[in-house]
Design a protein around this ligand. Structure first.
Ligand code: AMP
Length: 190
């Protein structure tokens, strides 16, 4: 079982109430399945919602926040563990180290940056952990279409695109993580 689930998500709540509801559901599922949440350590937006949902359901949360964002993102001091790190690079490296799998919920460019970094690290063999998008209310459809375009145009292999799990169901994504078999991937093979 992949126990440590890293969630990337918005430091805002977004327009559609479905985003908050899905962050809540994700948190409850992580806790009820005995997994641990790894995330950016803030209280704002969907980040705070998912962390609070895990804690309210009796689960464990590790937050990693850079010094500079302790105030701006309102570091969550009620977590099982809060790590304050020197910078953004250390934050992402630490989340990558602790996590067994990664899920992006709806979010802004910070979320997208984190998602793409971890997914591209897989493409060049830095890790072989699963990466997924929780497609709440179709939020990730335009991005999925664009990524298909990228692959169609010959800038990414379709088999690597297929490694990005996309589902509207948090339960299904967590289940898929447990069955995920990393296949050795050669970015440069034809
Ligand atoms: P956002 O999706 O823009 O609301 O940001 C969500 C999270 O991503 C916040 O915790 C941000 O601190 C984080 N973030 C923003 N920019 C970056 C970046 N360049 N690298 C890593 N994380 C970032």
């Amino acid at each position: 079982m992949r126990n440590n689930i890293c969630v990337f998500c918005g430091a805002s709540e977004g327009q559609n109430p479905a985003y908050v509801a899905s962050a809540c559901e994700m948190g409850q599922l992580i806790a009820s399945q005995g997994r641990r949440l790894i995330y950016g350590g803030g209280k704002k937006g969907l980040m705070g919602v998912v962390a609070d949902a895990v804690l309210a359901a009796g689960g464990e949360v590790i937050g990693i926040i850079p010094e500079r964002l302790v105030e701006a993102e309102t570091a969550h001091h009620g977590l099982s563990q809060l790590e304050i790190v020197p910078d953004m690079h250390t934050r992402k490296a630490r989340m990558a180290e602790l996590a067994d799998a990664f899920i992006a919920l709806p979010g802004g460019i910070g979320t997208l940056e984190e998602l793409f970094e971890i997914w591209t690290w897989g493409q060049i063999g830095y890790h072989s952990k699963p990466v997924a998008l929780l497609d709440v209310a179709g939020f990730y459809q335009p991005l999925s279409q664009f990524l298909t375009h990228v692959a169609d145009q010959g800038f990414m292999r379709h088999d690597y695109l297929a490694t990005l799990h996309v589902s509207a169901s948090a339960e299904q994504l967590l289940q898929q993580f447990d069955h995920y078999q990393p296949t050795p991937y050669d970015r440069w093979a034809k």
